[in-house]
Design a protein around this ligand. Structure first.
Ligand code: AMP
Length: 380
């Protein structure tokens, strides 16, 4: 299938080509025509499947088809669980908005930054991408009305439920017009989610895309058995010796992430940390830099293991193992996305080896383990 056969207007095709989207991903193939037909969708797909564009493209296509109202109020609302995802979704909208003659505006709103500029801008935005809490703050301040919302997207709905956003989302839903299009995306289909889905969706088309584990085949996994004190030099050896250009390193704590970053910088490797103890602006800036290929190493905690997409990230390194096998999968899943391959390397100390065996067993995988202590890392 090609994008031109999905019913999108030709103006999108040029932009898709410029973005390197040669052909639609499986979820795009299925979701785009259904959204264009104004039907509800329940999409079971994770980040990395191309799900964002699967709703962004047809929503924009439909905006172009509908007449612009005389008074401006948001007509599209996307609810997301995290600030990072809000920025990411907004960027995908911005990428494809130039295909439209009407040039709608898209605004991302989330907490942790000043509300004032958001208050001024939100009422005039056509598309709002929001975390639930900040949107409620803005509604309380009468900065925006939701009575013209024609399309609602709940992205990473399972995560919103896990993070306890259910009540906030319910309050927002009560303010939306009952006749609207609903698109709900989730990585998993839990019992909680099915209650949610029954409340929101109207005879939805259910679209399920291959489970997360299938993408594992695109990831080359490798582990080094290495003593704790040699992990730092081995990390720097792997980066320098392997000439790695863009590496995401996972640490077990914010303190550890800072310490690893400090050591990398001391060894003249361009690195920065992103974690929950840093301000939102620093986090956004560093992430942007890393995504743009202007930062060689990004060191983080499990904060970034879910949801965030970094295009064609070639390498993920676990400086320490995560606690749960699921988190291992989320971490290594940052690479090997949208059909490109990637490397996932774990530095495993002898004390962590039993835990690593448990992870492999639970995930049904076998990772090749090399001896890190035999590598000459002197000078690194
Ligand atoms: P998502 O699942 O929306 O987080 O998207 C994952 C990544 O795949 C993003 O970096 C997109 O830019 C990229 N992507 C989305 N659709 C396509 C496509 N059709 N071809 C190539 N890359 C894509």
């Amino acid at each position: 299938m090609s994008f031109s056969l999905l019913g999108l207007s030709p103006a999108f095709l040029k932009l898709l080509e410029a973005e390197g989207y040669a052909k639609p991903t499986p979820i795009q193939n299925q979701v785009i025509p259904v959204v264009i037909a104004n039907k509800d969708v329940l999409g079971i797909a994770k980040t990395g499947s191309g799900k964002t564009a699967s709703y962004v493209l047809p929503i924009l296509h439909r905006l172009e088809q509908t007449a612009v109202s005389t008074y401006r109020e948001p007509t599209v609302l996307v609810l997301v669980p995290t600030r990072e995802l809000a920025d990411q979704v907004q960027q995908v909208f911005q990428t494809f908005i130039p295909a439209l003659t009407g040039q709608p505006t898209c605004l991302a709103v989330y907490g942790g930054v000043s509300i004032n500029t958001q208050m001024q801008a939100i009422g005039k935005a056509d598309i709002v991408v929001a975390t639930p809490g900040r949107l409620l703050d803005l509604l309380e301040k009468n900065a925006v009305r939701l009575s013209s919302i024609a399309t609602l997207v709940l992205d990473e709905a399972d995560k919103m439920l896990n993070l306890g956003f259910k009540e906030e989302v319910d309050r927002i839903l009560a303010l939306l017009p009952p006749r609207r299009q609903n698109l709900l995306f989730s990585a998993t289909l839990s019992d909680d989610l099915s209650q949610f889905q029954q409340l929101i969706l109207n005879a939805p088309q259910v679209i399920k895309i291959a489970a997360e584990t299938n993408d594992i085949e695109l990831i080359h996994q490798l582990a080094y058995l290495v003593s704790e004190e040699k992990k730092g030099p081995l990390l720097r050896y792997l980066i320098k010796h392997g000439d790695l250009k863009q590496v995401l390193v996972f640490a077990s704590s914010t303190l550890k992430a800072d310490a690893i970053t400090h050591k990398l910088l001391k060894n003249r490797i361009h690195a920065a940390a992103v974690h929950s103890k840093l301000g939102q602006q620093t986090r956004c800036f560093t992430l942007q830099q890393f995504k743009a290929g202007q930062l060689r190493v990004l060191v983080t905690t499990d904060l970034l293991a879910r949801g965030i997409d970094i295009e064609f990230l070639p390498c993920v390194i676990n400086y320490e193992l995560p606690r749960s096998p699921k988190d291992y999968l989320h971490r290594i899943g940052r690479t090997g996305r949208a059909e490109s391959t990637g490397d996932a390397i774990s530095l495993v100390s002898p004390e962590e080896m039993d835990h690593f065996k448990v992870i492999q067993k639970k995930m049904g995988i076998r990772v090749k383990i090399l001896s890190g202590d035999q590598i000459d890392v002197q000078g690194y």
